[in-house]
Design a binder for this molecule. Structure first.
Ligand SMILES: NC(=O)C1=CN([C@@H]2O[C@H](COP(=O)(O)OP(=O)(O)OC[C@H]3O[C@@H](n4cnc5c(N)ncnc54)[C@H](O)[C@@H]3O)[C@@H](O)[C@H]2O)C=CC1
Ligand SMILES: O=C1[C@@H](O)[C@H](O)[C@@H](O)[C@H](O)[C@H]1O
Length: 336
């Protein structure tokens, strides 16, 4: 069976996902699209999925009888509306991160999914599908480095666009670590602290950059992450787990070691789209296969909710300079 997909939001990642789902991956085709900017929707359809219907609203995509499943790649604040509408229509929905921009909104999604009685929602935390992170998790679960005690990571972007403002370092960027780090060590967070770094002269007005977030887990693992979104030199994702018997590092992406103009080294990617390109492919291919079978095998609405609660705590910790507890509702049996 070929899964017929409707996509809401035809910006940067929307176009990327449409191109994958309509040609690159097996078992899927894009039959409908929408964007609040109709020119973008039309141009995207023409270029990546000619023949797809261009709807005036996101709801039009969800209601389209020729759409079996929905992909939401619009801006974060619109996610809740489209995910809830997909659940109401009984259609599986893949929603890019964040699931929604507040923990309350994510909770409403969790409650609606449970009420529907069907697992329908997957969140686009693609790092779980990255070959390097999967190898790292394999080392942890094998027990080779003993119990994880501490974790050091870094999320560096060379620069960020003009619309990147406020606390997006947490809600848009660190949200990836929030999900992948708890998945790596199979643990949940209990507190968050944010320590400001010395401000970079490259940070535009109103944006704190860089800073370190310290998360503590239920079992006591301390995880520090540097968030530095104007680092200039590249898109650089680092992660090291310190265990009782050794350390394990996230592998660097493959690149050719160069010796050139009195420098020996390897190039660093500049663009997040390239760094995780393979993981997006694996993520959406697995989602298509699971969706056809009526299953959700990736990050769930509960994971989206947990990430949002953690992200809210980090924002508060950044504002107050205090250690902020992370408290969620009890995990519903539906997600166990
Ligand atoms: N998993 C990942 O690595 C990444 C995930 N993202 C997530 O994907 C989402 C989109 O990000 P980008 O593509 O980078 O942004 P973008 O700004 O390039 O595209 C977003 C598109 O959504 C459209 N849009 C906004 N509100 C809408 C509405 N109510 N109805 C229909 N269309 C609407 C905009 O017109 C725009 O074309 C965000 O939630 C972002 O956090 C983005 C980049 C990477
Ligand atoms: O999701 C992403 C962007 O939205 C975000 O703005 C970047 O900081 C992240 O590195 C990228 O993976």
């Amino acid at each position: 069976m070929t899964l017929k997909i409707g996509v809401i939001g035809t910006g940067a990642i929307g176009q990327e996902h449409i191109a994958r789902l309509n040609g690159k991956l097996a078992g899927s085709t894009v039959t409908a699209v929408n964007d609040i900017n109709p020119d973008s929707a039309r141009a995207t359809a023409e270029r990546y999925c000619p023949g797809a219907r261009v709807h005036e609203t996101g709801q039009g995509v969800i209601d389209d009888p020729d759409v079996d499943a929905v992909v939401v790649t619009s801006w974060g604040p619109s996610h809740e509306e489209f995910v809830l509408a997909s659940i109401a229509a009984g259609k599986p929905v893949f929603c890019e991160k964040p699931l929604a921009t507040t923990a309350d909104a994510c909770r409403r999604i969790v409650e609606a999914e449970i009420a529907s009685g069907r697992h329908l929602v997957q969140v686009g935390f693609m790092r779980r599908y990255d070959a390097g992170y999967r190898l790292l998790k394999g080392v942890v679960t094998s027990g080779r480095i003993g119990e994880p005690l501490m974790l050091h990571s870094a999320h560096r972007n060379p620069t960020v666009p003009a619309h990147y403002v406020g606390d997006m370092g947490i809600t848009d960027t660190f949200i990836h670590e929030i999900d992948v780090l708890r998945w790596l060590v199979d643990d949940d967070y209990v507190s968050a602290q944010v320590i400001q770094g010395k401000r970079s002269r490259h940070a535009k007005e109103g944006l704190d950059d860089p800073y370190v977030v310290v998360l503590k887990t239920r079992s006591g693992i301390v995880m520090d992450t540097e968030i530095f979104v104007n680092c200039q030199f590249g898109y650089d994702i680092q992660c090291q787990i310190v265990g009782e018997d050794g350390t394990a590092n996230l592998p660097e992406p493959i690149s050719v070691p160069l010796r050139h103009q009195s420098l020996a080294g390897q190039e660093i990617m500049m663009d997040w789209k390239l760094r995780f390109i393979d993981s997006y492919d694996v993520e959406l291919q697995e989602w298509v296969q699971a969706t056809v079978k009526g299953e959700v095998t990736g990050p769930t609405a509960w994971d989206g909710y947990f990430a949002a609660v953690t992200s809210d705590a980090c924002v508060e910790a950044k504002r107050t300079g205090q250690i902020v507890p992370i408290t969620t509702m009890d995990k519903p049996a539906f997600y166990r």
